[in-house]
Design a binder for this molecule. Structure first.
Ligand SMILES: C[S@@+](CC[C@H](N)C(=O)[O-])C[C@H]1O[C@@H](n2cnc3c(N)ncnc32)[C@H](O)[C@@H]1O
Length: 227
C-alpha cells in the first residue's frame, strides 16, 4: 500500500476535500444538537466501529462518500427501508442540514460519520461488507490530482470493506477525473469496470449537479464491481 500510513499525525495523506469555513445556519446547529445522538456516529481514539452495531441490525449496506446536502442518501434511505445507509462527510453545515431532513423523515436506516472517509476506513471501521459504495461529484482538483479521492489507498480500502460483487459508483462533471479514475481502477486487480455512461436509477439530480448542467458541464458515470 503505497500511501498506507505508519503511526503519526492527522495529515498522513493529501486531503481530498477543501477545508471550507461555511457558516452553519441556526437550523443546522439546532438539528445537530437535537439529532446527532440518533444519526451521528461518534468515535473515540482506539475504538473500532462495527457497521451492524451502528444500525442495530444486519442488512445490505451502502456507503455514500461526501453526500453534500444529502439529496441522494436521504431519498434512498426513505425509498429503501430494508437497506442501511452510512454517509460520510466532512462539511458540518451539510451534516446539520441532512440531520434536520432525516429527522423530519423519521429515518431509522441512516447513520452519519463526520470524518475523512480514508481515516474512517483505515483507522476506525472493522472490515465491513458494504455492497455499494457511492462517490458522487468528488472535489475535482484539476491541478492537484494527488489530492483526488479516487486513489490507490481508497480502492484498497474499498476492497477491504467490500465483498465479491460490491459495486463502486462514480459520477463526476470533469471528464479528466473520469479518465483518471478509470486509470486508477484499471491498475487494481480487485475491480472490473462494469458500466460507463449509465446513470443509476436511484440517483436524483443534486443541487451541485444541476448547477453544473446550468453551466454547461456534462455528467460522467462509471461503475465497477469487486471480483
Ligand atoms: C462537490 S461535493 C458533492 C456533494 C454531493 N455528493 C452531490 O452530488 O451533490 C463533494 C463533497 O464531498 C465531500 N468530501 C470530499 N472529500 C471527502 C472525504 N475524504 N471524506 C468525506 N467527505 C469528503 C466534501 O465535503 C463535499 O461536500
Amino acid at each position: 500500500m503505497a500511501e498506507r500510513p505508519g503511526p503519526g499525525g492527522r495529515d498522513r495523506w493529501p486531503a481530498s476535500f477543501r477545508r471550507r469555513q461555511g457558516q452553519q445556519t441556526r437550523a443546522q446547529r439546532r438539528a445537530l444538537r437535537e439529532h446527532w445522538a440518533h444519526f451521528g456516529v461518534s468515535w473515540t481514539y482506539g475504538q473500532i466501529l462495527h457497521v451492524d452495531q451502528l444500525f442495530g441490525r444486519r442488512a445490505p449496506c451502502t456507503l455514500e462518500v461526501g453526500f453534500g446536502m444529502g439529496e441522494c442518501i436521504l431519498a434512498r434511505a426513505q425509498a429503501e427501508p430494508d437497506r442501511n445507509f452510512l454517509g460520510v462527510e466532512v462539511h458540518l453545515p451539510a451534516i446539520g442540514a441532512v440531520c434536520a431532513r432525516a429527522a423530519v423523515l423519521g429515518l431509522e436506516n441512516l447513520r452519519i460519520v463526520r470524518e475523512d472517509v480514508l481515516r474512517l476506513l483505515n483507522d476506525q471501521l472493522a472490515p465491513a461488507a458494504f455492497d455499494q459504495v457511492c462517490v458522487f461529484f468528488p472535489d475535482p482538483f484539476p491541478k492537484r490530482p494527488e489530492r483526488r479521492l479516487i486513489r490507490t489507498l481508497f480502492t484498497e480500502l474499498i476492497a477491504l470493506h467490500g465483498q465479491p460483487g460490491t459495486q463502486l459508483f462514480l459520477a463526476t462533471d470533469v471528464q479528466g477525473y473520469a479518465e483518471y479514475a478509470e486509470g486508477v481502477l484499471a491498475r487494481d486487480p480487485c475491480f472490473l469496470l462494469q458500466a460507463r455512461g449509465e446513470r443509476p436509477a436511484f440517483r436524483p439530480v443534486s443541487k451541485y449537479e444541476a448547477k453544473g448542467h446550468a453551466e454547461g458541464r456534462e455528467t460522467w458515470e462509471l461503475r465497477w464491481g469487486l471480483v
